[in-house]
Design a binder for this molecule. Structure first.
Ligand SMILES: Cc1cc2nc3c(=O)[nH]c(=O)nc-3n(C[C@H](O)[C@H](O)[C@H](O)COP(=O)(O)O)c2cc1C
Ligand SMILES: Nc1ncnc2c1ncn2[C@@H]1O[C@H](COP(=O)(O)OP(=O)(O)O)[C@@H](O)[C@H]1O
Length: 326
């Protein structure tokens, strides 16, 4: 899978940032933000790859960076948070059989391109559009004016076919990035993982905390997230899995404000890793969240917190679910 960036009319290799030739080759294309790469997304991508193979076309996922809703002013009031960072998206897309992920650099100027111009000047002339697989409700171009009808009306003129996909239900349920964001905010991690088809992950660097954890027998890694736009699920205590040097460990995580030990209203993400006792400062760790145990509580003292942590540890240790590290 090649990752190509399209910026101000030129193509660049995503990894090296060097300009590359990206010839318009007859391509089967789909377009979208694909935040989360959830099971609905996967169904569309599987259809795209299959259809491209059958017709001898190049398969291309066209996506945007930054996420359009992070760029357009009307969204600024309440900053959009993402289910997957671009790094995560890349590794989730890699095994799906796509030939190319074409990342269109999204800025104000790009958002002003009318839908018909986008189809003609970018999809047809620069990418080589021969077939487009598109969701029944997809909108694109300036003011989201482009619809499936726009594509249908241009298809004869430019010689491409339009494959409309019906809503992809997951075990009979609606699935969308918006639904999943809402479930994360509600702490419904089981449901989130069900719709993603894999566990939701938080990745960050281990930084120093207050050093209180070890004094009560529960050292905790404090995670500084690598990406500020990542959506942090509802506060509370979760069971998680983490891979360290190729070994998968079960852990218990707290997302919250540690009200028992501090009045600073600063959100922290930390984890006590079961059956582990080495220094992890400076390492980057990725936690899969698999179960939500409880809400965060303000305890009267550290002893009461410790008693609760012992109980949480029993829950995490006896949690029957299989390990979910890569
Ligand atoms: C599984 C788990 C559950 C936690 N639950 C709570 C809680 O309910 N209330 C609270 O104030 N702090 C909670 N904490 C945070 C602890 O207060 C914190 O880990 C401890 O103070 C150590 O912080 P330090 O790593 O900065 O030293 C929890 C931590 C973990 C790992
Ligand atoms: N089982 C474990 N779970 C989490 N961290 C551990 C564990 N064993 C050792 N550590 C180390 O101890 C550190 C946490 O100790 P802690 O007293 O809570 O200090 P801090 O407040 O700086 O996080 C972690 O960052 C890690 O380097």
């Amino acid at each position: 899978m090649q990752i190509i960036l399209f910026r101000h009319g030129d193509f660049y290799d995503w990894e090296t940032n060097t300009q590359v030739n990206f010839d318009a080759v007859r391509s089967a294309v789909t377009i979208g933000s694909y935040d989360g790469v959830h099971l609905g997304h996967r169904a569309i991508l599987a259809r795209l790859v299959k259809s491209a193979k059958k017709q001898g076309l190049r398969s291309v996922l066209i996506t945007f960076e930054p996420h359009p809703r992070l760029v357009l002013r009307r969204e600024k009031k309440r900053q959009l948070k993402l289910i997957t960072t671009f790094e995560e998206k890349k590794s989730l897309l890699a095994p799906l059989g796509l030939d190319v992920v074409l990342v269109l650099e999204f800025d104000k100027a790009f958002s002003e391109i009318p839908a018909q111009t986008f189809v003609k000047d970018i999809l047809v002339k620069r990418v080589g559009l021969a077939d487009i697989v598109i969701g029944y409700d997809h909108n694109f171009g300036k003011d989201r004016q482009g619809t499936i009808e726009t594509l249908n009306s241009l298809s004869q003129l430019y010689g491409f076919t339009v494959e409309e996909t019906a809503e992809q239900l997951v075990h009979g349920k609606h699935v969308s990035s918006t639904i999943i964001r809402g479930l994360l905010e509600a702490g419904e991690i089981d449901e989130v993982n069900h719709l993603l088809g894999r566990p939701f992950r938080l990745t960050g660097k281990v930084v120093e905390g207050f050093k209180v954890g070890r004094t009560i027998g529960f050292p905790t890694v404090n995670l500084e997230l690598t990406n500020p736009y990542k959506l942090i699920p509802k506060s509370g205590v979760y069971v998680g899995d983490v891979s360290i040097n190729g070994v998968c460990y079960r852990s218990m995580m707290n997302i919250g404000f540690k009200p028992t030990v501090t009045n600073e209203h600063k959100l922290s993400i930390e984890a006590h890793i079961l059956n582990f006792d080495k220094d992890l400062y400076g390492q980057t760790l990725s936690f899969a969240l698999i179960y939500r145990i409880r809400d965060e509580i303000k305890f009267v003292n550290l002893q009461a917190l410790k008693t609760q942590l012992e109980s949480d540890k029993r829950v995490a240790a006896s949690f029957k679910r299989e390990f979910t590290c890569f």
